[in-house]
Design a protein around this ligand. Sequence first.
Ligand code: AMP
Length: 308
Amino acid sequence: MSKLLIVGSIAFDAIETPFGKTDKILGGAAPYIALSASNFNVSSAIVSVVGEDFPLDYLAMLEKKNIDISAVEIVKGGKTFFWSGRYHNDLNSRDTLDTQLNVLADFNPVVPEGYKDATIVMLGNLHPIVQLGVIEQLTSPPKLIVLDTMNFWMDNALDDLLKVISKVDVITINDEEARQLSGEYSLVKAARAIEKMGPKYVVIKKGEHGALLFHEEQIFFAPALPLEEVFDPTGAGDTFAGGFSGYLTKTNDISFENMKKAIIHASNLASFCVEKFGTERMENLKRDEVQRRLQQFRELTQFEIELS
Ligand code: AMP
């Protein structure tokens, strides 16, 4: 059976949107990725770290979703990673107000024995040295390594980030970050430049404007579902990454054609994440809701046209 290994931050998030404010709720790349991938019933495990201040209920919730949390280290006396952000009125852009790495600062990841031969490895957002450390522990080459990162690591650990980028097959990144990483304004040129850094596939996420998949001369575009209300976009990118890697793990097919489907599933799942604060919507998502919205996606994108 195929297996998905997930690496990423586990956080306390404090979020401000035009609709309200939260204080220290569950966040981080790994929970969003894992909750999203759990919709495909794949075997998955998280490698991450939290402090002693982290509520065990959160870990129990992940475990209940069949996510292996045995490689989530709990540091005695340590403080969990903390992130705080404020969204602008358009909800497509945000300011980071605070990033406290805490236990994430000197985390040494340990990949569980049963996942050293994972089919797909999803390197979610955290220090690129940790992402590299995970790759080094794999005993057989995975079918696909997917990397997600953000501007914080471009600003603070660019050399390490470039090292990890050179070792992965797919990178998922947002439009602003793609521009920062490549120095190119055009997203087509940015994707080409990033492909030269290592990844054969580049996924550029554009928030409410959808996502683009680039591979050599091929480009595929998936829209984001137009939603009446977006409440909190936090974790949408990670949910997207979890949907993408979860679907590819489930189908065990990494062809470009199947990646297109993965992008649609990823966009579909991300559309739920933004409807409530934090992970709440993803924790309670039902299979029939997902299926119904997939149907909407199909209707949104299907058309016939005569070419003369
Ligand atoms: P997204 O909205 O998908 O970009 O992801 C938001 C999540 O990323 C939040 O839950 C944060 O806890 C987490 N996050 C923010 N900054 C970092 C960082 N520098 N490293 C790892 N995770 C982060």
